[in-house]
Design a binder for this molecule. Structure first.
Ligand SMILES: O=P(O)(O)O[C@H]1O[C@H](CO)[C@@H](O)[C@H]1O
Ligand SMILES: [Mn+2]
Ligand SMILES: [Mn+2]
Length: 394
């Protein structure tokens, strides 16, 4: 039995199209592969020695003869390609009804009117947009007139911008709480309301801050996280995990300022004493590079991650297990600015493993939760999916 399991989610680092990607408008997508092609070569010695280039070959990074990790690809069983669906499936939920989206026409008038009434601010935007582009377009108007920028994307999200100096963080959070209450109505039930604070006074100078806050729906039923918490294990969140599960099943939250910071927090946890799960989400891959369609920025972020991974590997103990994975794709070379329906990597490593190897591709992300449940001998909550592959990880 492993005493501690670390699951690190490289947010959006897909490894190639799913058999059904076409139904999501995603043809030939491959986040990691296309980044590799654009980079030409990547300095990722730690991922490489665990077996990342064996799992998915890319230019300039050789597969290794004796990978240290047990590796494969995981297919997503749920219907969706968003962050919540991906993470919830990892912990056992099978989502068959996709979250509602407002990508085509923005939010309905009635909802906007209620939001205006309750916040006392006029709503501007109300369309699908990239968060940085809409700030350039409407940020000045929001500051000058005291309006509220509301926008969405291909995801099930209502995002609300707020200038930290003129609107203030507390006001922005308060408006988001109002929006979350309004959107609990069935026909408006978005997966997340997201506060998007920013600083700057004029177009071209606006920068979003790390005070982003997500107001997510609670998971529809109990996940493996709840099972662990109920059996008194530590269930530690690093980064966005706490928001994604709305705190359900978690015993500790550590917000991260960046993905590098998220790794530093994870290393800190590895140096400390706990028993259970440390679940880390590194969101910069997705938010700073995937959605911004910047393959080089993405590649360099992977390189920064790899350095920190090296430090983490040094502090792992014999009875620790590390799992590296992702929640969906976001191919920075693909059209549009949204997620892509992809398989995700699965690499498991422990200093006590005799040797790494490839294993059969798995048909759900939920093998992660099921394997964790099996390791800690906690019951899988009713209705959860997934089978354990713990025996393969020794
Ligand atoms: O363009 P920005 O504001 O970064 O939005 C992105 O971030 C949202 C939440 O992850 C996604 O829905 C995507 O649209
Ligand atoms: Mn994500
Ligand atoms: Mn995203």
């Amino acid at each position: 039995m492993y005493q501690r399991i670390f699951v690190i989610v490289l947010d959006s680092l897909g490894v190639g199209a799913m058999p059904d990607s076409k139904e999501y408008g995603d043809i030939g997508v491959d986040t990691f592969g296309h980044i590799g092609e654009k980079m030409g070569t990547m300095q990722i010695p730690n991922l490489q020695k665990l077996g990342m280039a064996n799992l998915h070959s890319i230019p300039g990074v050789e597969p290794v003869k004796q990978p240290l990790g047990v590796y494969t690809k995981l297919r997503e069983r749920s219907l969706g390609k968003d962050t919540m669906t991906g993470h919830w499936e990892m912990m056992g939920l099978y989502i068959t009804k996709p979250f509602i989206t407002f990508t085509e026409n923005g939010f309905p008038d009635e909802l906007i009117k209620e939001l205006e009434k309750e916040t006392g601010r006029k709503v501007i935007g109300n369309k699908s947009a990239s968060g940085t582009v809409i700030l350039d377009e409407l940020g000045e108007e929001e500051i000058q007139k005291g309006h509220l920028i509301v926008y969405t994307s291909a995801d099930s999200v209502m995002q609300i911008c707020g200038n930290e100096e003129t609107m203030g963080l507390e006001n922005l959070y308060h408006y988001c709480e109002i929006a979350r209450k309004l959107t609990m109505k069935d026909e408006w039930k978005v997966g997340r309301v997201i506060a998007r604070p920013y600083v700057g006074k004029k177009k071209g100078e606006f920068v979003r801050t790390s005070n982003r806050h997500d107001y997510a729906l609670k998971p529809f039923s109990k996940t493996v996280l709840n099972a662990l918490k109920e059996e008194k294990y530590d269930v530690i969140s690093v980064g966005k995990i706490y928001d994604i599960f709305d705190g359900e099943g978690l015993t500790e939250s550590n917000k991260s300022k960046s993905s590098v910071h998220g790794m530093e927090q994870t290393i800190e946890k590895a140096r400390s004493d706990f028993k259970g799960l440390c679940y880390t989400n590194l969101v910069d891959f997705d938010a700073l590079w995937g959605h911004r369609r910047n393959p080089i920025g993405y590649g360099q972020e992977i390189e920064r991650f790899d350095k920190k991974l090296g430090e983490l590997l040094e502090v792992l103990k014999n009875d620790d297990l590390l799992i590296i994975t992702a929640d969906h794709g976001n191919d920075p070379t693909y059209t549009g600015t949204d997620h892509t329906r992809e398989k995700v990597p699965f690499i498991a490593y422990s200093p006590s493993m005799k040797q790494g190897k490839p294993i059969e591709e798995q048909d759900t992300f939920a093998v992660i939760g099921a394997t964790i449940a099996k390791n800690f001998n906690v019951p899988m909550p009713e209705g959860t999916i997934g089978h354990s592959i713990l025996e393969e990880l020794s």
